[in-house]
Ligand binder design. Structure first.
Ligand SMILES: *[C@@H]1O[C@H](CO)[C@@H](O)[C@H](O)[C@H]1NC(C)=O
Length: 332
């Protein structure tokens, strides 16, 4: 009796084992089918890099904000440590540069200064460019670019002002200035400006260099020294090249202001210069105002030709920038 029960138990055990085995077999078949169909894949590390190799992270970072068009070979050049400045080659694709230019073109506002004699607004030959602000995260392409700026500068996108697009024609320039503010009002939103990403949207045949006149070190040691204009030889110079970006810091690592970040734009001698600037602050910058542009005329005939200063009464707000004014209304 006991023997029969035992064999019956064994038979039941065997059938359970067969069932489990056949289920496992079927599961393998299904998995193989899924693998074959490409619906499911096993994580196979197909690159030869060592686990600690940073190239895969770099690839990940650069692939995240894929953006528009195909970018050329990307590499970083350390320009200087005083100021802290780096060139990211092929930071933007040609398509992205053209996209930014075309987006801004219909809205460019010419820089004007007020004639101290007549009190009338006039074209400045001293210091001109035309420009416009884009809203932060305005569209998918802008968002991608802003994400990339955050990745390369290590500053969150929320700390940035909206991109500004600038256009310089022959003879137009940007006098040496600091991007940081020395007044309290301008640092209310986001705190001090910490770093700037200056992107070149076009090549410039001659002139138009970005120069750091207060940079420490041998300014004539740059490989492009012989291609620089007279103005470009007055400081550590960067030649504009379509798609390249210049990241420089207005603050030192110890968070003090860095006067060696003094910079300017040399006059364009031949060609056109298009650039786009992203200013980044210490804290989150509230980009909640929609800019609208209006010519500004001072009743006192004062020439506004220095650093921007922000006047805020009730509303709207008037931003005096490069000798012309921007009138802001709250977004609501
Ligand atoms: C600066 O660099 C240039 C080019 O490398 C070199 O010829 C020159 O001697 C350097 N000047 C100084 C003061 O080191």
């Amino acid at each position: 009796m006991a023997k029969v029960r035992h064999s019956r138990l064994q038979a039941r055990k065997w059938s359970t084992v067969t069932l489990v085995l056949s289920m496992l077999f079927m599961l393998s078949v299904v998995l193989l089918m899924l693998l074959g169909l490409g619906i499911f894949f096993l994580p196979i590390n197909d690159d030869d890099s060592a686990p600690n190799d940073l190239t895969s992270y770099r690839r990940m970072a650069s692939e995240r904000g894929k953006g528009l068009g195909k970018r050329g070979e990307q590499w970083t050049e350390v320009l200087s440590w005083e100021p802290r400045a780096f060139i990211y080659h092929n930071f933007l694709s040609k398509e992205e540069c053209e996209y930014l230019i075309n987006l801004a073109k219909p809205h460019m506002v010419k820089s004007t200064v007020v004639d101290s004699k007549t009190g009338k607004s006039k074209d400045s030959r001293v210091r001109t460019s035309s420009g416009m602000f884009l809203r932060r995260g305005q569209d998918k392409i802008i968002k991608d670019i802003e994400k990339r700026i955050a990745d390369y500068s290590f500053i969150p996108a929320e700390h940035g002002e909206g991109l500004q697009v600038l256009h310089y024609e022959v003879g137009q320039k940007y006098d040496a200035h600091f991007d940081y503010f020395l007044d309290e009002f301008n640092t209310k939103n986001g705190g001090q400006r910490m770093a700037t990403m200056l992107m070149y949207l076009s090549d410039v045949e001659e002139g138009g260099e970005t120069i750091f006149p207060a940079a420490k070190g041998n300014i004539s040691a740059v490989p492009w020294w012989n291609e620089l204009s007279e103005c470009g030889k007055q400081g550590l110079a960067v030649k504009p090249k379509m798609g390249d970006a210049l990241l420089f810091w207005s603050m030192r690592p110890d968070a003090t202001l860095d006067p060696s970040s003094l910079h300017g734009g040399c006059p364009v001698i031949m060609g056109n210069k298009w650039s786009s600037t992203k200013w980044m602050h210490l804290e989150e910058y509230k980009d909640t105002i929609l800019p609208r542009y209006m010519p500004w005329r001072s009743s006192a005939g004062k020439v506004y030709d220095s650093c921007s200063s922000l006047y805020s009464g009730v509303s709207p707000t008037i931003l005096l920038f490069d000798g012309y004014s921007l009138l802001f209304w709250p977004n609501s």
